[in-house]
Design a protein around this ligand. Sequence first.
Ligand SMILES: NC(=O)c1ccc[n+]([C@@H]2O[C@H](COP(=O)([O-])OP(=O)(O)OC[C@H]3O[C@@H](n4cnc5c(N)ncnc54)[C@H](OP(=O)(O)O)[C@@H]3O)[C@@H](O)[C@H]2O)c1
Length: 353
Amino acid sequence: MVHRHENSKHSVIAVNEKESVIKALVLKDIKQPYELEDRDDLTPEPGEVVVSLKAAAFNRRDYWITQGMYPGLKLPVVPGSDGAGVVTTIGDGVDNDLIGREVIINPGIGWGDNLRVQSDEFHILGMPTNGTFAEQVVVPATQVHDKPAHLSWTDAAAVPLAGVTAYRALFTQGQLQSGQHALITGIGGGVATFALQYAVAAGAKVTVTSSSEGKRNFAEKLGAVAGYDYRAEDWGKQLVAEQGSPDLIIDSAGGEGYKTLLNIVSPGGCIVNYGATAGPAPKFDHFKLFWKQLQLVGSTMGSPADFTAMLEFINQHQITQAVDRVVKLEQANEALAAMATSDQFGKLVLEIG
Ligand SMILES: NC(=O)c1ccc[n+]([C@@H]2O[C@H](COP(=O)([O-])OP(=O)(O)OC[C@H]3O[C@@H](n4cnc5c(N)ncnc54)[C@H](OP(=O)(O)O)[C@@H]3O)[C@@H](O)[C@H]2O)c1
């Protein structure tokens, strides 16, 4: 049932209006566990919607925040960038049709008009603004998109941040073409598993690296032609000998291993970086850069156009997600501990509704 009521600031429309509290996980200080709190129902400002969340998902960002290793830290906060649920309340100026819609949330807010780079106002849901590790979240109406019908709630919640990061890195920045060889490093990572699935669906030949044999085997089940252990001395030479040089490398590690990527990428090829888990590359070989005519490209999350294109791609190829495990909201601290050891393949998801 749909209701309209007045609060002190403006009118809102809500499904099943009720006076109630919601459960939310709160990070109060760094290196402390999340605390489960009861909070008041959320109310949208003009142009905003409240989404009653069915599921949310972890990203490496959530872990960095708990460790105090994220710029602009502002606590306490309800963490969580990824979420999927039902729109239950809308603020002034929002289309009534959104009420009751099953949606996933684009967590990149304020990208701006330039498709090449985000604006200074760009921020990510889940710090500084309260995020999705709760029964409700409030976001601008422009951030919600129809949930792909073939995805369960938990699969849908796994998509937003990692999915759009992988999509932009591969297609918008990396310009991946069918038939090209794409190498995706550190395949256990959340973004990397999306990149693998998207690249395979796009008709690329995909190779991967991982420190774990189990993850390399699983990647092959998802369509990779071969996997290599990035800790082995000559893994790069072995890859080139067996599979040829990659046209495109998608990397979020950086660090010592980056020089191997410069060595093995095909002349005229491209390396896209969206992270630096292993820190900055200690030495940079400028000779390789200009002699091989390389493109070294940075990538961060994605524009609204990337997000829409990613959803079309997921629907077109009926891609399901690599979800490692699903836990209840109350077990979030256990999932967080798993993030510390990176033993997962794909996403850690919180079941909420
Ligand atoms: N710029 C952006 O918009 C954006 C968005 C999302 C994430 N990120 C960044 O990207 C990185 C990955 O995040 P994520 O959430 O996708 O994954 P994640 O859960 O942080 O996974 C990290 C994975 O990195 C791999 N790894 C660690 N050291 C490595 C090395 N030396 N060489 C190659 N791979 C290595 C490991 O893979 P194996 O277990 O397979 O060995 C590990 O599972 C993080 O630094 C994150 O902050 C950036």
